[in-house]
Design a binder for this molecule. Structure first.
Ligand code: DC
Length: 238
């Protein structure tokens, strides 16, 4: 159905635990596009900082990261089922980057310009051929401000925390609901208020509030926006 359409870039931004990756993965499957979870890239750098003791008294020593950042390689590999796994210097860290320690430190690591510059450049390279969906915080504003489709996801923080808590428990992690809720609220605040490319809706993004929206309804809304974009690309005068 989308085979004969020109390849475009789809940017999905929004708050933590809003279901951005679930939506992005399903859209990528239907469109046969590449999906890039940019949050996973920031998480991988965070894991590197933890593994290399770069947090002193709970604060990242950015001056110690700077000279070694070029040796931090972040990438993805696909398994036989087509699921992407995050690689840190060639090692599969997909599970480790989802733990609460990484979650509680990733907003600080991602607030640093040198980290963002490196990862944004990598993301732009990955999207050079288009036919790509990226989710994150700054995709529609900084990474690909010219993306043909921009979606901005949001939902009530308590509803997001419930969903995230359920997911972590199902994955066997020991966390309390309150810990998950506080982490979400804190990350929202840090992501929105950092100086370097803060989380912000692009002026031309479509807002999808999924507090009361079922997954398949949200998917249909997104597909409709994408179809309309293809129509306007093929009939620019309409
Ligand atoms: O999508 P996520 O929750 O896995 O992202 C983890 C953190 O990474 C998030 O709190 C902020 C940061 N991030 C970012 O600053 N820019 C992005 N494009 C993606 C994530």
């Amino acid at each position: 159905m989308y085979k004969n359409q020109p390849k475009i870039i789809i940017a999905i931004d929004g708050y933590s635990s809003c279901g951005k990756s679930t939506l992005a993965k399903e859209l990528a499957r239907q469109l046969k596009y590449i999906y890039i979870d940019t949050g996973a890239m920031y998480r991988a750098v965070t894991l590197y900082c933890i593994q290399n003791d770069l947090f002193k008294q709970n604060v990242l020593k950015i001056a110690e990261l700077e000279p070694i950042l070029e040796h931090v390689a972040v990438g993805f590999e696909l398994d036989l089922q087509g699921k992407a796994h995050t690689l840190l210097n060639g090692i599969n860290v997909e599970e480790q980057i989802r733990n609460m320690e990484v979650s509680s430190r990733v907003s600080e690591v991602s607030s640093h310009a040198i980290v963002r510059r490196k990862l944004v450049a990598l993301q732009q390279k990955m999207g050079e051929q288009k036919g790509i969906i990226l989710d994150g915080r700054d995709i529609g504003t900084v990474v690909f401000p010219e993306a043909e489709v921009k979606l901005f996801l949001t939902a009530d923080p308590e509803v997001r925390a419930q969903r995230r808590y359920k997911e972590l428990i199902e994955n066997g992690q020991t966390v309390s609901f309150d810990e998950v809720y506080q982490n979400i609220v804190q990350r929202d605040f840090q992501d929105e208020n950092r100086a370097e490319s803060p989380l912000k809706k692009a002026s031309d993004a479509h807002v999808l509030d999924n507090t009361y929206l079922e997954k398949h309804d949200q998917l249909n809304v997104a597909l409709e926006i994408i179809k309309n974009t293809f129509k306007s690309i093929s009939n620019p005068n309409k």
